[in-house]
Design a protein. Sequence first.
Length: 236
Amino acid sequence: MGDLYSMAMCLGCFNTAQNVTLRGIKLVLIYPGNHNISMKRQVKQKSPATGAIRIIAYQWRGRKLPVLDVEGLRPTTDRTKETVFNWLTPYLAETNCLDAFAGAGSLGFEALSRYASHCTFVELDKQAAKQILANRDLLKLSAQAADVRQGSLFQQHLPEASYDVVFVDPPFNRGLAQQAIDWLSQSGCLKPDALVYVECELTAMPLNLPGGWQLLKQKQTQQFSYQLYQTGDRDA
């Protein structure tokens, strides 16, 4: 026991060692120091927290899909989404849609649930785009029905005159709504009578609309406004 005591005291990693007798048994208590041994606690890396989006109506009514906690990702609320699709549902069947800042894909998946033929999802964040792909698989959608593109809207090469309905719901406070409207009007990807939904913060400058665009519907909450435009002569 003496040898064990001496050994403990000689190790530079211990401050003290003490002989203790407990019920006739001699013990050596060793108190570690902090100058030679790293005592850093191992911190487990957390995966991004997830929430869920809910499909409101038609084919996948009530279905919840996972969504990542990604900076700038702000899925449209159920209340707003219900209003928007009340506006759009009469025109959605068999249309081609573009979810220009897809985020969680909430608007695009809702459109597909309501019998749109196709939706192109464009999302800049790589992990969010992967989650859209995973949710496409959960809904057993083909790549032809749901085309998921990771990257900037402004770098996409989209087919000419291909989209009937476009969702523009970008991250707030970056001026992206106006940039997207300008880009869409110049890209040639919109059909002549396309419907364009735009959601932006209340503090945004008034939108400068391309020639021929008309405001069909609009509403606002305490945080943001949302509008539906048409690019041609469609009865609302």
